[in-house]
Write a protein that binds this ligand. Structure first.
Ligand code: PRP
Length: 309
């Protein structure tokens, strides 16, 4: 395509040049791409800060330098992070595994971050005629995940018309644009509000840390992964301590096997032991009840701020 420019027009360098120069000056540093806005942006920033990567984003700047480490944090659109990581613009990225699946690019998934759990599901009207994947044949399916949807339809040997959208997919059946949708389901309240039901689940996803397979910062990537892993595990587990009669120790150890194995100490009274074990946070209350029923006493839960296991 030829673009003619009027003689009296002075061309200014596009803004992109400024950004490119800035990024070129940082090529020596490892780059971590994180979502620039929304809940995932907050989650990612919190996680990195807890892992000791100290940085401050100024206003709506696209970059922030990490203090005392050769790392730059780059703020990006969440759905661009998989492709930018695969292309090498960033070495590590935080994004949704659903977006990684949709992008179809080759990446290394280093860590699941224990947040953003959701399902991608085929949804249909509560009282509609579509009652199986096969019944999607020749129907209109609205989605922001056309590639994953196409893969699902092909797997079932179904040809349907995919309507590609970037949001508000859940209202498309009511608007008469689609007969079914493929959308993310978290609590299910959006489905209920739109009188839809799940026909089939395509996959379960959560927020992940991804890595460019060809990064030149392997050692530093590993260090960041270990730091984040410490925070993720610490958030998922509590430390449970209790005293239990020595004769009940074997049973208690079955209830609290720990992350690797529980720490057991003898008390001054030889008939009693003190046990310390990591327990999944969501299971603590039930486990406390089981231990109490076994005869354990002084059962204490302590939050773990960080860990290396
Ligand atoms: C997602 C998804 C659903 C909703 C599901 O939308 O597309 O609409 O969350 O959550 P629920 O099961 O808890 O109701 P999101 O808020 O991310 O915005 P979007 O509609 O622009 O995709």
């Amino acid at each position: 395509m030829v673009i003619s420019v009027p003689n009296n027009l002075t061309l200014r360098p596009p803004r992109l040049c400024v950004k490119l120069n800035l990024s070129q000056s940082m090529t020596e540093n490892l780059r971590i791409g994180v979502p620039s806005k929304g809940r995932l942006a907050e989650i990612s920033t919190e996680l990195l800060l807890e892992a000791g990567l100290r940085f401050r984003r100024q206003d709506r700047s696209l970059f922030a330098r990490v203090k005392e480490m050769p790392i730059d944090v780059t703020f990006l659109r969440t759905d661009d992070i998989p492709i930018l990581c695969a292309e090498g613009a960033i070495d590590l990225g935080i994004t949704g595994a659903d977006l990684v699946a949709e992008s179809g690019v080759t990446l290394v998934e280093r860590l699941t971050l224990g947040v953003g759990n959701c399902r991608l599901a085929v949804c249909v009207p509560e009282e509609g005629k579509i009652d199986s994947p096969k019944a999607l044949a020749n129907q209109r399916v609205a989605t922001s995940f056309p590639n994953v949807t196409q893969g699902y339809l092909s797997k079932h040997g179904v040809v349907a018309h995919t309507v590609k959208l970037t949001g508000s997919v859940e209202v498309m059946i009511a608007l008469g644009i689609a007969d079914a949708i493929v959308d993310l389901v978290e609590t299910g309240s959006t489905l209920a509000a739109n009188r839809l039901r799940i026909l089939d689940e395509i996959g379960r996803y959560e927020t992940v840390l991804i890595q460019n397979p060809k990064t030149s910062h392997r050692a530093l990537c590993d260090r960041v992964v270990r730091r984040l892993e410490g925070v993720v595990i610490a958030r998922a587990y509590s430390l449970l301590e209790y005293n239990v009669p020595a004769k009940k120790l074997a049973e208690a150890e079955k209830i609290t096997p720990g992350y690797n194995s529980p720490t057991v100490n003898r008390l001054e009274d030889a008939n009693w032991c003190s046990v310390r074990a990591m327990v999944k946070r969501g299971e603590v209350i039930g486990i406390m009840e089981q231990l109490e029923a076994l005869g354990a006493t002084a059962i204490l839960e302590t939050a773990i701020a960080n860990c290396r296991l």
